[in-house]
Design a protein around this ligand. Structure first.
Ligand SMILES: *Cc1c(COP(=O)(O)O)cnc(C)c1O
Length: 466
């Protein structure tokens, strides 16, 4: 399989190169040159298969040329062996029409583990026969940082520099990052906001001298391999609920449009997806884009679902590429306009195309809390704020008595105990395997929010290109 850039100028790459590169050199994102097809027989067989078998069938065409079946199976078995549930992503029924797909049984209790556990192993394998030493630099408001650190701790030839805003991530989130003491993990608390940290990471990637000296790489969801790993659980869930003979709807709490884009990919590959519900919190750029064609950046309002407090959804560009008829030159022009004006309008026909699969809803704080309460009272399930947003949007948009609707449960409720307790009266507790989190030693440095301090710190510790 070859991968092409959404902006049409960067060279096409194979799977190995696309995994190590992250962003394309023309500023675009890599997408597969074509969508592989999974046949009805293969989908039917998945209904009784373990997760790893489904994973091999779904990812095989994407990794062709880089990994054979045996290597892919070994990596998946290792990645998903670290999950606390044998099902890896268990389905839990809420009522006759609604299910949760629990994606939070990985080491850091967020769905990001599903992709990052595999990505860490892919990095390790692809670097093992190269001279290159990877320098991963990222900014996090919580979940991505801990999932990336957990996936890359102790991996040879990778150094991780993770910036978080000092005092502005929850104690659980901070400790999940800072108690990982492996030598290749460098936690940096920035005396500033998440936006300051993010801006510094962007500046480092754009710095020619820095990028020339170090092989810098990203682990956020612009990395194709992450999205690929997320396609698997759509097949896993739908096949268990009657696909290929019945189509299934998914409600997806969305921030960067990564998780829901994986659902779009599943549909393109032949999975009968009834609808994809794009659920946002009050930071509703994606809802405005899909419902009214208005993709324009507002200011970010902090909510109790912080992993969705996003105004520019990087992966939306991948959908825009298809809506522009896969014309990279046309999309590059549109994205330059968006970067300059902070606004982009979707034409009537693009909106029509998107509406054949996507519906959307912005869920406010009150409705989100009502969702947590309903799940606790009526279905005896404690869910986190992000999941509640997906659930409520699914309930409102999927026709009663229609397709079965699966809400992606993206975080364990114990990651957000205050919001859950306020809504339900029940304080969720950390699973036993994380119970000693508050007794462990922490390691991190605190640096001023200046590019010079951060780049000096990294330069003293990273390994330059050979
Ligand atoms: C990252 C995250 C999301 C948003 O996922 P995207 O792929 O960015 O849309 C939703 N919920 C939780 C708990 C997350 O950590």
């Amino acid at each position: 399989m070859r991968y092409i850039s959404t902006r049409g100028q960067a060279p096409a790459l194979n799977f190995e190169a696309v995994t190590l590169a992250g962003l394309a050199s023309d500023g675009g994102l890599y997408v597969p040159e074509s969508w592989p097809q999974i046949g009805a027989d293969e989908i039917a067989a998945m209904a009784t298969q373990p997760y790893v078998d489904v994973a091999v069938t779904v990812m095989r065409p994407f990794v062709a040329g880089a990994l054979d079946d045996e290597a892919l199976r070994d990596l998946c078995a290792k990645a998903y062996g670290s999950f606390a549930s044998d099902a890896v992503t268990p389905l839990v029924q809420l009522d006759p029409q609604h299910w949760l797909l629990e994606l939070f049984h990985g080491p850091t209790l967020a769905f990001k583990d599903v992709a990052l556990q595999l990505l860490g192993l892919l990095f390790e394998r692809f670097l093992s026969n190269r001279d290159t030493h990877l320098t991963v630099v990222g900014a996090t408001s919580g979940d991505t940082g801990s999932a990336a650190i957990e996936a890359l701790a102790g991996k040879a030839k990778v150094d991780v520099f993770m910036l978080h805003p000092a005092g502005r991530v929850s104690e659980v989130q901070r400790r999940q990052m800072t108690t990982v003491l492996a030598d290749n993990i460098h936690n940096i608390a920035i005396e500033g906001s998440f936006d300051d940290a993010q801006a510094m990471v962007k500046a480092l990637f754009a710095d020619q001298a820095f990028a020339g000296r170090y092989a810098v790489s990203a682990v956020n969801s612009i990395n194709w391999a992450r999205l690929m790993a997320q396609i698997v659980y759509y097949f896993y869930a739908a096949s268990r609920l009657g696909a290929p003979w019945r189509s299934v709807a998914f409600a997806v709490p969305t921030g960067n449009f990564g998780d829901v884009f994986a659902g779009y990919a599943a549909s393109k590959m032949g999975l009968p997806v009834d609808r994809l519900v794009v659920a946002t919190n009050t930071n509703d750029i994606l809802h405005r884009a899909l419902s009214a064609g208005d993709y324009s950046v507002g200011s970010v309002t902090p909510t109790d679902a912080p992993s969705m407090d996003i105004q520019v959804s990087s992966n939306f560009e991948r959908l825009l590429f298809d809506l522009h008829g896969r014309d990279g030159v046309a999309l590059a022009k549109a994205m330059q306009g968006f970067e300059a004006d902070k606004t982009l309008t979707l034409s009537q026909s693009m909106r029509g195309d998107a509406a054949s699969l996507f519906v959307s809803k912005a869920i406010d704080a009150k409705t989100m809390a009502a969702g947590m309460k309903w799940a606790a009272k009526r279905a005896d399930e404690i869910i986190d704020p992000h999941t509640a947003i997906g659930l409520m949007a699914g309930y409102q948009l999927i026709e009663k008595g229609g397709a079965p609707c699966v809400t992606l449960a993206t975080a364990h409720p114990a990651k957000f105990p205050d919001a859950v307790e306020a809504a339900t009266g029940i304080r969720p507790t950390l699973p036993a395997r994380l119970a000693d989190l508050f007794d462990k030693e922490e390691r991190y440095v605190t640096l001023p929010a200046t590019l010079r301090d951060v780049s000096n710190y990294i330069a003293q510790r990273a390994t330059p290109k050979p």
